[in-house]
Design a protein around this ligand. Structure first.
Ligand code: AMP
Length: 542
């Protein structure tokens, strides 16, 4: 017997309609190259998205054609998210920080027919234009007055294109399982792989991410996504924030500038901000140098890489800000877990609380996790047994775009994340490494992440990364690479003394090397691949 309930499609269009009818007057502030503080409302944004969708249909696109964006977090990018997906095309966000070769691969693989780009990326496209022949239209995200000089043939001006659209464009009825958007993984090895999201997966992900134990979003919030819209949908905030009707603050090309971030956080009275740990490191350092504290921010969502406890402590103690440590990946839309406390957490001692906080957290309803050993057997959930982390659920990829086979997906519908993790009795998952970064010493595994967390807790350590280097007897041994704070007087021995007793003896790094900078990937994570290349000839001390 079927239930007798309405079957309204879970589409991104329905999020837009809801936000437009319930939160039309709520503000979106955006930083763009042509306006340092652009202000308008959800009502304005969706009116413009409708006109833009009409203009897109005038470009001769077919259903589900891919339309690419190469853009920062600003109001135009926000409009594109809705105009493209709700008009029945696929919004393909491209990461401008990738190498040119990767961008060429991605645009060609996706068969993008149209590409919207921020003026800043005009030179990048001019350089590769001969290698992305399938793109028929290039649209620069600008008004006419600020259009840059360009050799891109027939480059269109965004504001003019939008003005050419009809205001009464009718949004098509879409199947909730229809493709809505596409994002490629950063692909540290091999070619990037495409994750093709559906309307339904995005809507369910938004519902879950707004829950109290995930991001706890509400109409009274003011949200600042530092995490880019070109990487895993800015953690879904482009959908969940309008869904609840929170104010949206978009930092545009200034997202990496701590001074602008502080000004936006304070002037706009931001209550929640989301970003990777390196962003918060820079922000906290800036606040310290300026002797300032934050007045309105009450929580940050930190993910993309392990969040050191030192960041959480500083946020809480100096600024009264709670940290929600989250884990996810492009393939998981990206929300997989958030470290929200369970009942009884407040009764734990300080050390026990810190032990929980360091974990990546537990999955919301809609996501299942398991950890298996090399033989595929389920590992005990004792918080100690390591293994490959597998995941499945309503917003987890089931296959890669145009890739017939991948070892990552098994016959029981589980996706192998490539992460190594533990799960404890309470369901909290903790990432100990990427499969390819784990250090294998004497047949046992050493967690590089745990060592890094301990090292960055030293007040004079700005950033730390641990890699395994070959060892005749033990196969591999850990080496700690440290960026010291400015004017710090650090030595190998002072760092090792600080770590002594905080990790198992046999986990202690065999050496500490000081560098000025640690290489990062296009998504702001430490690039262990490049570090290993850099330390290729490194010899452990005798
Ligand atoms: P991406 O698909 O580029 O977002 O990368 C996803 C990967 O980032 C995951 O598979 C993890 O290895 C890593 N990652 C994401 N969040 C965390 C976290 N909170 N702690 C440790 N690693 C993380």
């Amino acid at each position: 017997m079927r239930g007798l309930m309405m079957d309204s499609a879970l589409t991104i269009t329905s999020i837009m309609r809801h936000a437009d009818s319930q939160h039309s007057g709520r503000e979106i502030l955006s930083v763009t190259h042509d306006n340092a503080r652009h202000r308008y409302t959800y009502g304005d944004a969706f009116r413009r998205a409708r006109q833009l969708a009409s203009a897109l249909s005038g470009l001769g696109l077919d259903s589900f054609d891919r339309v690419a964006t190469l853009a920062w977090n600003d109001h135009r990018h926000f409009e594109l998210y809705y105009a493209i997906s709700c008009a029945g095309y696929v919004c393909h966000t491209v990461n401008p920080r990738l190498f040119a070769e990767q961008i060429v691969f991605i645009v060609n693989h996706a068969e993008d027919r149209c590409l919207f780009l921020d003026p800043m990326f005009v030179p990048l496209i001019e350089d590769i234009i001969d290698r992305v022949k399938g793109v028929e239209h290039f649209v620069v995200l600008s008004d006419r007055k600020h259009m840059p000089e360009t050799s891109i043939p027939g480059a269109l001006c965004y504001e003019e294109l939008l003005d050419s659209g009809e205001a009464d464009f009718e949004w098509p009825d879409l199947d909730e399982n229809a493709a809505s958007s596409l994002c490629y993984t950063s692909g540290t090895t091999g070619n990037p792989k495409g994750v093709l999201y559906s309307h339904r997966s995005n809507v369910l992900h938004s519902y879950a991410s707004a829950l109290p134990d995930t991001m706890s979003l509400s109409a009274s919030d003011c949200v600042l996504p530092v995490v880019p819209m070109f990487h895993a949908n800015a953690w879904g905030l482009n959908y969940s924030v309008p869904m609840v009707g929170a104010k949206f603050v978009l930092p545009g090309p200034m997202a990496a500038d701590p001074a602008t971030l502080v000004e936006l956080l304070e002037n706009e009275q931001v209550s929640i901000a989301a970003g990777v740990p390196t962003v918060w490191l820079g922000l906290l350092q800036h606040l310290e140098n300026e002797g300032r504290t934050l007045s309105s921010l009450n929580r940050t969502l930190v993910g993309g890489a392990a969040c050191p406890l030192s960041i959480m402590d500083e946020f809480r103690e100096k600024h009264g800000v709670d940290t929600y440590h989250a884990w996810g990946m492009t393939e998981t839309s990206p929300l997989g877990t958030v470290c929200a406390p369970k009942d009884g957490f407040e009764n734990l001692g300080h050390d026990e609380q810190q032990h929980v906080r360091a974990k990546q957290g537990r999955p919301p309803y809609g996501v299942e996790l398991k950890v298996v050993n090399d033989g595929g057997e389920l590992q005990p959930t004792d918080g100690k047994a390591f293994g490959a982390l597998k995941v499945r659920g309503s917003w987890i990829a089931d296959a890669y775009y145009k890739l017939d086979e991948s070892d990552a997906f098994d016959e029981h519908g589980w996706f192998d994340t490539g992460d190594v993790a533990t799960i404890d009795n309470d369901g909290y998952m903790q990432i100990t490494d990427r499969t390819k970064d784990v250090i294998k010493s004497g047949g046992e595994w050493i967690s590089s992440i745990e060592l890094e967390n301990v090292a960055v807790a030293h007040p004079d350590v700005t950033e730390a990364a641990v890699i395994g280097v070959p060892h005749e007897k033990w196969t591999e041994r850990p080496v700690l690479i440290v960026v010291p704070a400015a004017d710090a007087d650090l030595s190998r021995d002072t760092v090792l003394e600080f770590m002594d007793g905080k990790v198992a003896k046999w986990w202690m790094p065999d050496d500490v090397v000081f560098v000025e900078e640690i290489p990062h990937t296009a998504t702001g994570k430490v690039s262990k691949l490049r570090l290993r290349e850099q330390f290729h000839d490194y010899q452990l001390p005798a």
